[in-house]
Design a protein around this ligand. Structure first.
Ligand code: ATP
Ligand code: MG
Length: 494
């Protein structure tokens, strides 16, 4: 079970002022009600290593119901692993503190065994607090127990330390502090058994190895050895959990480092279809740019959206299908929509049920042809779209990867930052220039049907294919007057 060691602030060196005020409030409230409570997990690890924690988790001996009753906005969530979300603030600025009740250390042999999985054995799992499937995968883990047992069922030694803000003491059962010094990522217990209990730990191992690689951390050899062999176990994990884990791997500031770790341990294939695809294509200019941009943004504490990254990842598929459809005579917009449907069906599968994510990706893609329309009121309509920023950032990646003209990208950067008057001038200048160019060309060559030519795929109007009259001109929304933003940052949240 591990031996308890209590370590004072002089030895561990955690800066008490680096703790999150809401996490402190949660711990203090629980302690005042007579419960034992600590900050735990990744936040303690990161504070110890001098990193800024991504989120704060709290562990307590209070049951989820007792925790819930201590806070105004607290919600019990999860079936496999019941925890409480204590919520502070609203909207974009809100913060969630995850509070978990100390778990008992249990042998899989003592658990209820079900023949199916969490979906097919729903009935058998109702009211059960500890259950495993035929491979030993834990389907229910909700038996409460003492703190030392809770520590033993956490994943890595450096993730199993508890910090009490009121005494500034660190409680360590598995020599986590020593492993932190040695820069070792070590699974608690027998790694094979631990991966079997929860195959997602395979991805967690890769994620922490990626996250801490720049500090010199390495997976301990016994922890790393079974990774590849255990990979087939991931097939049984619910797709939605795999999708969430994939996003954690890609959107927490160390996507490229994690992909490197996947390759290092022979996990480039067979993890999860969408992730396999990203690993395979991670050197493609647009995907590489999107991944490194995501890492940069996270490290600058800016927001990132999964829809943006996935739109980049699947763009070449969409583009390929779109061009094929247009080559077969389908008009531009219906061709694009059908290409998107096709790619969603082929690549996203189950996850397409995540309405907002799919809708946002579709919008980013659907707005792309509109960047090529600079006549009339169309640009005014585009900048007023709710997803303009994401579509604009996406368009700039297309420019950076030479898919579309730099001139077009530059024009939009200027237009998006300009005042109303400057925008009017830009549009007028463009109109005059466009008219001059078209009148110097023989009239019979004008193509009115499509902005996309086959030779130069996504309709660069540099080849003069932009129609003079556009439907968008008539239907453009009434523009809102705006002033030139002072010192505004061009690249807003994705
Ligand atoms: P992050 O910085 O990504 O938040 P974390 O280590 O805090 O990393 P969480 O998913 O927030 O990861 O989980 C909090 C803690 O709960 C972990 O540090 C670990 O102790 C424990 N934990 C989470 N998931 C598992 C798991 N699948 N198996 C065992 N322990 C886990
Ligand atoms: Mg955490």
């Amino acid at each position: 079970m591990g031996v308890e060691r209590r370590i004072g602030p002089k030895e561990h060196g955690i800066d008490p002022t680096a703790l999150d005020e809401h996490a402190l409030f949660v711990v203090k409230t629980l302690q005042e009600r007579g419960y034992v409570a600590y900050v735990v997990g990744g936040a303690v690890r990161d504070l110890l290593l001098g990193l800024r924690p991504k989120d704060f988790d709290v562990a307590t001996n209070a049951t989820p119901e007792q925790v819930k009753s201590c806070f105004r906005r607290a919600f019990i969530i999860g079936r496999r692993f019941r925890i409480v979300h204590v919520v502070f603030g609203r909207g974009r600025e809100h913060e969630v503190i995850e509070v978990s009740t100390f778990r008992a250390y249990l042998e899989s042999a003592d658990a209820k065994k079900v023949s199916g999985n969490e979906k097919t054995s729903k009935h058998a799992l109702a009211q059960v607090s500890h259950a495993v499937d035929s491979s030993g995968r834990v389907l229910r883990d909700n038996v409460w127990g003492p703190q030392d047992e809770d520590a033993a069922r956490r994943d890595f030694t450096i993730n199993a330390m508890y910090y009490d803000p009121s005494t500034q003491e660190l409680v360590d059962y598995h020599k986590g502090i020593l492993d932190a010094k040695k820069k070792v990522l070590r699974m608690i217990g027998e790694p094979q058994v631990r991966y079997r209990e929860d195959p997602v730990r395979i991805l967690r191992a890769v994620r922490f190895a990626g996250k801490l690689a720049h500090l010199g951390f390495k997976l301990e050899s016994k922890t790393a050895a079974p990774l590849k062999r255990m990979l087939p176990l991931l097939q049984d994990v619910p797709q939605s959990r795999m999708f969430d884990e994939m996003l954690k791997l890609l959107q927490t500031g160390h996507a490229l480092a994690s992909i490197e770790q996947l390759r290092l341990y022979g996990l480039s294939e067979g993890v999860y279809p969408l992730l396999d695809l990203i690993v395979a294509k991670s050197a493609e200019p647009m995907i590489h740019a999107a991944l490194s941009d995501t890492d940069r943004r996270v490290n600058e504490h800016k927001s990132v959206a999964p829809s943006f990254l996935l739109a980049c990842v699947l763009w070449q598929d969409v583009r390929h299908s779109w061009e094929g459809r247009m080559a077969n005579g389908q008009p531009l917009y219906p061709a694009l929509q059908e290409a998107i449907d096709e790619v969603f069906d082929a690549r996203i599968g189950d996850i397409s049920g995540r309405g907002k994510l799919g809708a946002d990706m579709r919008e980013i893609w659907s707005l792309q042809p509109r960047f090529e329309k600079r006549l009339g009121q169309s640009p005014w309509g585009l900048v007023q779209q709710a997803r303009f920023r994401a579509a604009f950032d996406f368009m700039r990646l297309r420019v950076a990867t030479k898919e579309i003209d730099e001139e077009l990208g530059e024009w939009w950067v200027q237009f998006s930052e300009a005042s109303d008057e400057e925008r009017d001038e830009m549009l007028e200048r463009y109109r005059v220039e466009h008219q001059r160019q078209s009148s110097s060309r023989p009239k019979t060559t004008r193509v009115k049907t499509s902005v996309v030519s086959r030779e130069k795929p996504l309709g660069l109007e540099a080849d003069g294919a932009e129609p003079l009259e556009e439907g968008a001109v008539k239907s453009a929304p009434k523009r809102r007057r705006r002033r030139k933003p002072k010192g505004s940052e061009p690249s807003a949240p994705q």
